[in-house]
Design a protein around this ligand. Structure first.
Ligand code: PMP
Length: 438
């Protein structure tokens, strides 16, 4: 369950959460930048990796490397076992019913393109409508535009409020028998807003539409349960959730995935091939053509193990069941992040000339702002000089920037290893920018 908004102080005191212990588990955090300790606040773009994941990747290359699903030899069997075990861990991470509903992809972008192309090609026709929100990442806009252009469907944006929340009344009004797909971001990468996706999904289903949830920014921050949400499709960007780059997840309901045609053809996705007729492998292999990112998948499995181990640590007891352990981990991580986010929003908002973008009460640790005296790129450069890594620009959300009336923002995005002191450093940095440009 998402505990953001329900924090109680004694909860923390009793939990085994120790930010210094966590920081020590992320070796890159001891980097010096321009003679200053690194303050890494660009987690929304990509998070750092714990030593457990780095070592699992290293062990894979040293002790396991071979192709999966083909060989009868020792290494291939070992790689296959570890690869398949990761799929089961992702199933638990997402609360999916079956592990064959988990498809490994190259990233969240690849997952959305797969659905837009494969589901879209067989389910969309001229006159149909695809609803997205104004706060979508380009990854959840452009794939839908591409398929819409091909079949003659229309992509329509659901409006948002000034605080950065989806206008549910407007959404209700836009739903009709023409609506075939609602593609919605779970947590905004530019604003931090946690969207009420369960309600959005219920409303879409009542209108007969399917829903794809872009969970790229939810994965690292909140406990997800695709069955509870009743999502038709759900996507993850694993490099943002402490796992390696080049690996993503697509969850799809079994019935929908079974009905969809393959996305890419090649090895591993077939049952039989002949020049007369080719038949396809069952799920999940039908959607995994070619040699997968084996090291990345195994690295992702080790990330989920790491998160589950945090659950035991926070609870001060051994939690054997992986789903229960992840529940425990996220209970604490969400509460911690809520506290840090509230603190960040308050101290940044107190700086004269800072305009916060993304002020929804239900949000994760995305602290985005504009400064009246300096362009975000200048803010980012000055901050980098003192070792602070933030992201500046449109964050792959150009329509959202237009809605906000700004060309770009500066975004500090938090992870489990960030501290109040680092936010204080950010405040000092912004004040420095003001001195230079004000
Ligand atoms: N959606 C959102 C909300 C994102 O923040 C991102 C990454 N910036 C993506 C999709 C794309 O994810 P990936 O890097 O895994 O392709």
């Amino acid at each position: 369950m998402n505990v953001i908004g329900q924090i109680n102080e004694s909860f923390f005191a009793e939990s085994g959460f120790d930010v210094n212990q966590i920081r020590a588990e992320f070796p890159i955090l001891s980097t010096q930048v321009n003679g200053k300790p690194l303050v890494y606040l660009d987690n929304g773009a990509s998070s750092q990796k714990p030593v457990a994941v780095i070592e699992a990747m290293d062990a894979y290359w040293r002790e396991t490397n071979a192709n999966v699903h083909r060989g009868v030899h020792y290494l291939s069997q070992k790689a296959t076992r570890e690869f398949d075990a990761s799929r089961e861990k992702v199933r638990a991470f997402l609360g999916a019913k079956h592990s064959h509903e988990i498809i490994f992809t190259a990233g969240c972008t690849a997952s959305i393109n797969l659905v837009a192309e494969s589901w879209g090609r067989s389910n969309l026709k001229a006159g149909d409508e695809i609803l997205i929100s104004t706060m979508e990442h380009h990854s959840n806009i452009v794939p839908w535009q591409l398929i819409a252009q091909r079949v003659g469907a229309t992509v329509l944006p659901i409006p948002i409020s000034d605080a950065g929340e989806i206008d549910l009344d407007a959404y209700r009004g836009m739903l009709s028998e023409r609506t075939k797909m609602v593609a919605i971001i779970h947590v905004s990468n530019s604003l931090g807003t946690i969207n009420p996706v369960k309600e959005i999904i219920q409303m879409a289903h009542a209108a007969g539409a399917k829903v794809l949830v872009d969970g790229a920014q939810a994965g690292p921050h909140i406990r997800i349960n695709v069955q509870d949400l009743n999502a038709d499709f759900y996507t993850l960007s694993c490099h943002k959730m402490y796992a390696p780059t080049g690996i993503g997840v697509l969850y799809g309901k079994e019935t929908l995935l079974n009905e969809m045609p393959p996305y890419q053809g090649g090895g591993d996705m077939i049952h039989t091939v002949s020049f007369e007729k080719t038949t396809y492998a069952p799920l999940p292999y039908k959607f995994e053509a070619g040699t997968p990112n084996i090291a990345g998948v195994i690295g992702l499995g080790s990330t989920i193990d790491y998160l589950a181990a945090l659950g035991s640590r926070f609870e001060n007891r051994e939690v054997a069941d992986i789903s229960e352990a992840l529940d425990a981990a996220f209970r604490t991580l969400e509460a911690r992040e809520k506290e840090l986010t509230d603190y960040g929003m308050q101290v940044l908002g107190d700086i004269d000339g800072v305009r916060l973008t993304g002020t929804a009460p239900n949000k994760v640790g995305i602290l985005a702002f504009t400064l009246d005296c300096a362009h975000p790129h200048d803010v980012g450069t000055v901050l980098d000089n003192i070792g602070i890594a933030v992201r500046t620009g449109h964050h792959c959300c150009m329509p959202l920037m237009k809605r906000l009336g700004v060309p770009a923002t500066t975004r500090a995005s938090l992870a489990m290893y960030n501290t109040h002191e680092e936010i204080d450093e950010l405040v000092v940095g912004i004040k420095k920018v003001k001195e230079l440009f004000g």
